[in-house]
Design a protein around this ligand. Structure first.
Ligand SMILES: *Cc1c(COP(=O)(O)O)cnc(C)c1O
Length: 383
């Protein structure tokens, strides 16, 4: 062969039979077939083999299979991020003229998508009180296509009675989706509690180092696998195998990180509860936090993110001063990494509650706990 041809038609030269502990990073758009008769364009690799890179290389499928095993799901799809996971569920199950219930405490961009693009496509979105429990039955209509849940809720941390919501929805034949990001797919057994679809932002705990964006959609049944898989193919939600490799590495230390983060976060949350500037600490494992009793019944642990509410004599500007005074806590979105973060929400309101800019969300990282407490103490003293 001419060297030009050989450059693009190489034979494998390295010795075969390499064994290591890592999953190979397979990068590919083109997937090769042996014969023309074998050519397919399908996403069901278990039936007809691999067909195209968009539907995942073995690296993405290994990650999906491991998440499915952890969550005890029928099947897991890997998507480009948590928000893409939410979009996939909505676009697979929603239809023009249908009705979808979303808790007021849902992740902000989720609400934006529901009230934006979905309503534009003719889906009616109805918000509901995250603590409604079995009362959701009164909101389910003949045209309800989906009940969304997220537990705990973003920023305000309400734990939902997911089993009661599932029972009420299933009695009317309506599927329930859960944003299970807080539980990292392991602290809350979504499918055992009745959920039909569990999504996660792997960006948070599975990635664990603030350096990748990925999400998963896990389903309970073969029927949902088909509906979600067809929508996944139509939307072309391709993921980077390099990111999948990072997520696979993150899984290896997930248990250790979660154990440490739970202890450190509880210690800091309990300390904050004693401070005179703080009116409330919203941490699901602390009594008084909304839905705490349900957390104690349904969860096997708590994670690294929680919120604090300053007393009414602190306005949004003073709370911003507190955030700016922090030295170790950095200011930024996302959570579940190794670095402690703080963020206030000056605009955040719920239908029956105005937090008046006094709410701060903290993410605890892997720094020394007494130094994090000292940082919070000096910032509190300054405001
Ligand atoms: C971060 C987050 C998402 C979105 O994940 P991305 O990977 O950032 O798109 C979805 N749900 C919850 C609860 C989150 O915290």
């Amino acid at each position: 062969m001419h060297w030009r041809t050989r450059l693009v038609q190489p034979q494998a030269l390295a010795p075969a039979d390499f064994k290591s502990l890592t999953v190979p990073t397979h990068r590919a758009s083109t997937v090769l077939f042996e014969r023309q008769a074998d050519v397919r364009d399908g996403w069901r690799q278990d039936e007809h083999g691999y067909t195209y890179g968009v539907y995942g290389t073995p690296t993405a499928l290994e990650l999906g299979a491991r998440i499915a095993q952890l969550e005890k799901a029928h099947h897991t799809f890997v998507v480009p991020g948590g928000q893409a996971a939410i979009a996939l569920v909505y676009l697979a199950l929603g239809r023009a003229g249908s009705h979808v219930l979303v808790p007021h405490s849902a992740y902000g961009p989720n609400l934006k998508l529901a009230r934006g693009m979905l309503e534009r496509f003719g889906v009616t979105i109805e918000g509901y009180d995250p603590l409604i429990g079995a009362g959701i039955a009164d909101l389910i209509r003949a045209d309800t296509a989906l009940v969304w849940t997220e537990s705990p809720g973003s920023v305000t941390m309400e734990i939902q009675d997911v089993p009661a919501i599932c029972a009420a929805a299933h009695a009317r034949g309506v599927p329930v989706a859960l944003d299970n990001t807080y539980a990292a797919g392991v602290l809350f057994d979504a499918f055992a509690h009745g959920v039909d679809i569990s999504i996660q932002a792997l960006t948070k705990y599975v990635g664990g180092h603030s350096d990748l964006l990925l999400g998963t959609v896990s389903v309970a049944t073969a029927e949902l696998k088909t509906r979600l898989g067809d929508a996944h193919q139509q939307l072309g939600l391709a993921v980077s195998p390099d990111d999948c490799t990072l997520a696979l590495r993150g899984l290896q230390t997930l248990a250790l990180r979660l154990d440490h983060l739970e202890r450190a976060t509880l210690e800091i949350a309990r300390w904050l509860r004693e401070q005179p500037q703080i009116e409330a600490v919203y941490h699901p494992a602390l009594p008084g936090s909304p839905g705490h009793e349900i957390w104690a019944r349904d969860f096997t642990g708590s994670a690294s993110v929680f919120s604090i509410l300053f007393k009414p004599d602190y306005d949004a500007a003073r709370v911003a001063g507190f955030i700016d005074a922090l030295q170790l806590f950095r200011i930024g979105m996302s959570w579940g990494g190794v670095t402690s973060l703080a963020l206030s929400y000056p605009e955040l309101k719920r239908p029956h509650r105005d937090y008046a800019g006094r709410l701060v969300r903290l993410n605890i990282g892997l720094e020394a706990v007494d130094e994090l407490i000292a940082d919070l103490a000096q910032a509190l003293a300054r405001v």
